[in-house]
Structures are given as C-alpha cells and as structure tokens.
Design a binder for this molecule. Structure first.
Ligand code: SAH
Length: 211
C-alpha cells in the first residue's frame, strides 16, 4: 500500500522528500520489532495505517507549531512521523521504557534528524526540570491515559496559548463529553475531531484543548 495514497484519502499532504524517510521508519520498526517487541502491530500495512497515517493526522496542528512535546511516545508515535514531515519542528519525546527510547534514538541517528530529543523517564519528573515548564506550543499524547488524567500531566508544559491534542480511539468521544463541564469551568476551549483511518475504517478522535 502506498503511503501517499493513504494520506491523500484523509486530505493530508507531505513533502515528497519525507516519503523515503517515513518508509525507512516503517521498515526499521518492523525489523526491531522482530527481536525487541516494541509495538503490538507487526504487519506492514497495519504499521503504515495505524502508526504512520494515524500520527500524521496531527499535521495541521504540527504545521502551526514550533516546539512539540510528545508524552508517552512509545516507539515514537506521533513524534517521529511529525518530525520527519515537519523538519523545522523542535521535538521532545518522552517515554518511561528504555528500549522504546533506544529505538527513537536509532531513528534520529540513521535519518540524521536535527532538533529531536528522545528522553527516557517519567513525564512527572520532567515537570521539575528547568527548560520544559510552559515551554511547548503543542503537547501530544497518543493512547497514554484517560483525558482526566492527562490534563494535570500535560498542562504544566503548555506555553501560554499552547495546544494539547490527545489522540484517542472511539472512547475519546465519551471522555470528552464526560469532561466537558470541568473543561469549561477551568477555562479550556475544547473541540473534538473525529476521523476514520483509510484501510481499516477504525475511528479516531482528536481532542484539542487550549486556553
Ligand atoms: N504513543 C505511543 C505509545 C502508547 S503506549 C503510541 O501511540 O504508539 C503508552 C506509552 O506511555 C508506553 O510506552 C509507556 O511506557 C508510556 N508511559 C506511560 N506512563 C508514562 C509516564 N508517566 N511517563 C512517561 N511515559 C509513560
């Protein structure tokens, strides 16, 4: 399956120069996964759709941002595809599991990505360190935790006017509705974007929050 076609089905465009780099990322992930069990998805087309295309649904947000923090990025999703598609974006990517961060650093090395920092540790620890608080105009988290738990983890990192985007499956809709009142009380402006992935038809919800 051709990545460009999958992306254009969702109205997403990437620079043609990014395509071979994105394909290299897929191949390296499949290769590492055989010995190191980095992600549950091991089929080539499924990696294309569920890791690459899904991550790149955030392109419209990433293109408006200068500095991205991706919390609980695992093997680098959405952080790595966004960095490859938006080379100017400065990225900090954090995960608690060392082998996943090792993979991200491997990709940074072989693709010679500049301005991508993969940090091994828990996000709670990063809040204490200088240079990170209020330092990001985009904070993302895919499949990390419920929205209610995500807010206190992510908020300290948002710059004034910055945006938090939580990437969720269909459960995002209920979480969004359940939290709506609290979000309003706390002064968040919130919107829900729902979309279907092009091969499987799986539903995804992007919950966008800013204040
Ligand atoms: N975002 C990736 C991984 C999702 S799985 C993807 O969508 O493919 C959730 C990840 O969050 C795991 O890799 C886990 O190690 C990491 N994680 C969970 N709690 C964390 C915390 N408090 N700080 C940093 N990483 C955390």
């Amino acid at each position: 399956m051709v990545l460009l076609e999958l992306l254009s089905g969702l109205g997403l465009k990437v620079n043609p120069e990014a395509i071979p780099l994105l394909e290299r990322l897929v191949n390296e992930l499949l290769r590492w996964n055989r010995s190191r069990n980095l992600t549950a998805i091991t089929d080539h087309d499924e990696v294309l759709e569920k890791h690459l295309v899904d991550s790149l649904t955030l392109l419209p947000f990433a293109r408006q941002a200068r500095r991205l923090l991706d919390i609980g990025s695992g093997a680098g999703f959405p952080a790595l595809p966004l960095k490859i598609a938006c080379p100017e974006l400065a990225v900090v990517s954090v995960d608690a599991v060392g082998k996943k961060i090792d993979f991200q650093r491997h990709i940074v090395r072989i693709l010679e990505l500049q301005g991508f920092t993969a940090l091994h540790g828990r996000i709670e620890q990063l809040q204490e360190q200088p240079g990170y608080r209020a330092g990001f105009d985009l904070v993302t988290a895919r499949a990390l935790c419920g929205l209610a738990d995500l807010l206190p983890l992510a908020e300290p990192f948002l710059a004034s006017g910055g945006r938090l985007v939580a990437m969720k499956g269909p459960e995002g809709r209920q979480e969004f509705t359940a939290l709506r009142e609290r979000l309003q009380e706390e002064g968040w402006s919130a919107s829900l974007h729902s979309l279907k992935l092009p091969l499987s038809g799986a539903e995804r919800c992007l919950v966008e929050l800013c204040r």
